[in-house]
Write a protein that binds this ligand. Sequence first.
Ligand SMILES: Cc1cc2nc3c(=O)[nH]c(=O)nc-3n(C[C@H](O)[C@H](O)[C@H](O)COP(=O)(O)OP(=O)(O)OC[C@H]3O[C@@H](n4cnc5c(N)ncnc54)[C@H](O)[C@@H]3O)c2cc1C
Ligand code: SF4
Ligand code: SF4
Length: 608
Amino acid sequence: MDVDIVCVGFGPATAGFLATLSKQLVNPDGTPAVESTAVPGLPPQVLCYERADDISFGVSGVVTKARALRVTFPDLDQAQIPMAAPVAEEKVLYLLDPVGASRRSATLRAADAMIRAGRWMLPFEHAALNLPWTPSFLHKYDGMILSLGQFMQWVGAQVQSTGTVQVWPGIPVSQALIEDNKVVGVRLLDQGVDKKGDASDGFTPGMDIHAALTVVGDGPVGAIGRQLDARFGLPEGHHVRDWAVGMKFVVDLPEDTTLKPGTVLHTFGYPEPEIFGFLYVHPGNVASLGIFVPSWFDSPARTAYRYLQHWMLHPYLWRYLKGGKLRSWGAKTLGESGRRGEPHLTGDGYARIGEGSGTTNVLTGSGVDEAWASGTQLAEAVLELLKAKKPFTKQNLDEAYVKRRRASWLDRESVIAEKSRDGFQRGVATGMISMALAGLTRGKFTFGREPVQPWKRIPSLEEYYRSQITPWDLAKLREKCQAENTSLHGALMDQAGWPAIPFDGQLLVSHQDALLMGGKVQAPHGYADHVIFQQPELCGKCGARICIEACSGQAITPGENGVPAFDREKCVHCGACLWNCSQANPENPERMNIAFRAGIGGLHSAEN
Ligand SMILES: Cc1cc2nc3c(=O)[nH]c(=O)nc-3n(C[C@H](O)[C@H](O)[C@H](O)COP(=O)(O)OP(=O)(O)OC[C@H]3O[C@@H](n4cnc5c(N)ncnc54)[C@H](O)[C@@H]3O)c2cc1C
Ligand code: SF4
Ligand code: SF4
């Protein structure tokens, strides 16, 4: 099929692109404002393919300044967007360890002791210090809390009601079509295949969509962005090495909650010092809450689910959450390389937008507005080129799109943020100081070091747990879990002193129950596995099977001959396995032994 523009993924970046473009393709009298080359006489034919079962079936309750969103929708009425609330109150909390199991450095223990000793003079309650002052760059003044799921459905309806663009959910793009170094469109995923991708009942090969411009907005772990990176490389000095998995619950708060809509809580310090948390209150007694487990948390057994429950049980938060009910949960990778991870933004026939193009600001913790802004900048550029009847060559796209991006707040702020997180490579305390310094000096001063590849940072279990579990006890645990064919992380956390989770069947439920609750995780039949262990022999001799321990959906489990097994039906498509692997890919040390391909299924819910 031939079209003018094909888009990969419908996240905030592509939504910004289509919302801007769709309004300007047709004149008020219905005639084309610019003409299609694929179908002369009509306005340009614009298609967008989204891999999730429906628009916005992903995860992320967000707080955003919404600067770029307000430019696109100047008359934005928040009341029209379900679950949206203006930001009313923001707090940053340092959570102390109330159970004594957190793996804290001597510096942090000393700081905790000082805070406890001086708690009468400090804004300290329920084992948490409410930071009396936080720098302005961390605030979201005049911003809004959104359910990204609900917001994206709202935008999807706005965009499609123009009649000028089509968004097709449930259709993953499997690869970019490249001819002579020019991207000429995309190929959709094959259907009717077995786990390995071989044709089986009802085989339908993925259709080729030829387009003058391919817009790649497939997020931080998108297969198409990664294909382009592999083919065209990254600009000199750039690398994609920093990630976090964000795991989130959407919760019905108790009816008598004292939390007001618009409340924003950010936490750090617990359950492990490296884990950050957030709680945003929507209207109607609903909260989005969760944690981020970063790639620089050097634990080989970093399961987000159990840590999320310990975080919720922290006395500061639990007093608000007790009696609440789990509505929905999910997980998603956040690309934290920012500007350092910026790929070539354009090439002949393609342009990159959104988090996969390095937009996320790692200093301010803001991604939606930035992704959206990059989409709108590309839309303005595309309209300019269409009107001038100029082809989508790299040179033209650089002049129209990259120039706009470089001249905008998006680029200026990404320069300030570029090195702000380097301190975390040397520890949490150094990381926090370095971030504050970067923010206060507008990026002029930072310290720390450039991130290394995640696989280089993963110690053995013995090393990581040496202060908490003896090698002898660890060997026994390993043997037991191997005999029972279960993953180790639960047993390790028990042994390290973490209390059992008091399941209540409402809010504190087992990982399996959360996964299957209300049919929220689904995988249609007839598609190939999208998680591949590329060199099984490397798995066979892998000491820290972090892919199993870190999997957000318990979809990766111990398998035969040391090679993990993958269960597509439990995969939430968080993409965390992509960077949670302890072995380098022998052909490319910037990548690891897991390939995360385009796939369908995952979360079947827009509640997030
Ligand atoms: C838990 C969590 C909390 C967050 N909180 C905040 C916050 O408070 N504030 C904030 O500003 N930002 C926040 N973020 C970051 C924010 O969500 C991202 O920066 C933003 O979503 C990036 O938008 P995007 O369009 O670039 O990518 P994405 O949102 O990742 O969208 C990419 C889309 O492409 C689709 N796709 C991928 N591959 C294919 C394919 N092969 N074929 C078809 N479709 C494909 C995906 O399904 C997805 O819908 C948070 C992120 C997480 C994970
Ligand atoms: S995928 Fe990576 S972490 Fe998992 S077993 Fe194989 S080599 Fe080890
Ligand atoms: S297998 Fe699926 S759920 Fe597990 S880490 Fe990978 S993408 Fe996430």
